[in-house]
Design a binder for this molecule. Sequence first.
Ligand code: CA
Ligand code: CA
Ligand code: CA
Length: 690
Amino acid sequence: MRTALALVCAGVFISASAAQTSFPMVTHVSPVAVQRGTTAEVTVECRTSSLAGAYKVLFEGTGVTAEVVPSQAPPADPKSPPPNVTSCKLKITVAPDAALGVREFRIASTLGLSSLGQLVIVDAPVIPEKSATSSLAKPLPVPVPAVVCGRIRAGEAVDYYALTAKSGQILTFEVICARIQDKIHDLQKHADPLIAIYDRDGRELASADDTYFADPVLTFRVPHDGEYRIAVRDAKYDGDPRWVYALIITDQPYAVYSFPLAVNPQQTVNAQPVGSAAAADHGWTLTAPEPPGLHTVPLRHNGRATNPVPVIVTPLPLVEEQEPNDTPPHATRMPVPGGANGRIGQKRDLDHFIVTAKKGRPIAIEIFARRFATPLVSQLDSHIDIMTVDGKILASNDDFVGKDSGLIFTPPTDGDFIIRVRDLNNKGGDGFTYYLQCTPANPDFTLKCDPAKAMIGPGSRTAWFVQVTRTNGFAGPVKVDVQGLPAGVRASPLTIPAHMTQGVLVISADRQAPLDAAAVKVVGTAKATNENNQPVVLTRTAIPVEEIYIPGGGRGRFDVGLMAVAVTETSDLLEVKVKPIRITLKPGEEVKIDVEVVRSPRYDKAVTLDVQLRHLGQVHGNPLPPGVTMVEGKSKTLLGAGNTGHIILKADANAPECTDVPICVQGFVAINFVVKIGYASEVILISVQK
Ligand SMILES: [Ca+2]
Ligand SMILES: [Ca+2]
Ligand SMILES: [Ca+2]
């Protein structure tokens, strides 16, 4: 099976190798951290050789800007293929008040827009990676505090660092490595870093492996003055030259966890950190920013600040659990809508909350504690039960979002109900913090957009597939808009009708559109009702979905933050022409869409046509109205080196009626054995009428 797959991949790779247009597939950045308030040069490495013509960098959030450092290579001959450029240098400037943590970025080149890269913004001076290998006997000396940038470059590799510390000092070490690998397009194998500390004689004093998911955090109280050695390696002694890491070393107050998790906007509350901050001082406070949502902010006291800790900012009324609350009669009362901050403080701790509810009015109950690929890193693996006041279980949930529990509870009667929170494995401790939220389960929706970027030459188009998930009885249409498009770029109108869950946006560049790139947002709006049956307008931003290679050639998808559009130089396909562009089908009827691709003179290799987004038989996007399908056997979608084909669409005998549902035909050009670039036609409007 493995051999067959490898052969298939090799075959596709050979036939696809002549595509002119690719895009930079970022694998890693070195050094991966930049200190805020400074300007520093980093090198971005890519898998593909399409960094030639890199000219702009887009960063998530504010406070980080970058310029592409011009390459020293001689200017390319315009007649020859683009030069082989797999890395580029960026000059990064980070504002003194920029938020700390991981930032997503994309690099625009004249040919395309890169897959997602990530940079870590830190507070301490950065020690760039040294090329010399270190050993336990010859460690690399590092100051405290510092952020050491390195990489677990090969199997068996161990990086050793030496530092001098004083008796009683509490040092914290945090490795950021595995957490910056999930969103990387082409990094099939991921690191599982481990950190250990040794004395001068090589005795191991402490170690940590998986604190924040696979990344370790180690808090170490120095037993006596002297020199100590730090080792960073993969837990299984694996390695890869792309496995870069930032090792934060600090003697400053550090909060590994913090309580409470949820705070009202702009409120200042007393905070209880876990970690060296707890030993250093009491009286830490946390001030919540204004916008609701998940943020990271430092704890502060007497002019000192900790590392940023997660905070959920919510306007809902908040309570704190009141121990003892291990039985229903001792439950902590909480409002609905409202939230509660709690902690499974020790083994077998049970936290009971009591709410008043109305018969038949559903309540959304959700735990926020530990969510992969977010700053929520509590140790709690939550489980919830909804019970009557005398302890009869009515509903339960373990995993709703990742390890976090949640459910919609429809009360069978008016009156009081109990929510019980516990750890699935009956563990507990100071790091087992959570936020429990109870709100009326109002009609709502979420959106995702796949892919997470668009690259279009002047006069060309591409397609984005938008998926809506309606919740709590919401059944209406969702209007979708794109905000922040660069000059000369337009998005086609899209309203996902009530009876559909997805739709397509066609992004087009005018023939005069200048070369540029911009971060954009895809936003959905819909009319719904609240718990009092009053009309409300819901506005929800789509989560961009990054395409990720998965072993074996599959197309994985990972939620990211930075969605972008770039106008590029002309690409392999200049245009995809279709006829007709307005179709009305009767149930049972078929229609033929004629397709002609207009190629760049440089591109004469295979083109395939599709109306869906598919890979290896999996459908990732399908904008066709219900009951309408593509008749594969009658369509001509494999154009080879030709320019014309056709798509046959069929409405089933029982296809429901619909009006003007937008679709498009894409011509796909493979750029390697997994990735293909889609060039879209203009919008075709499909109606089904009896
Ligand atoms: Ca680990
Ligand atoms: Ca508790
Ligand atoms: Ca309790």
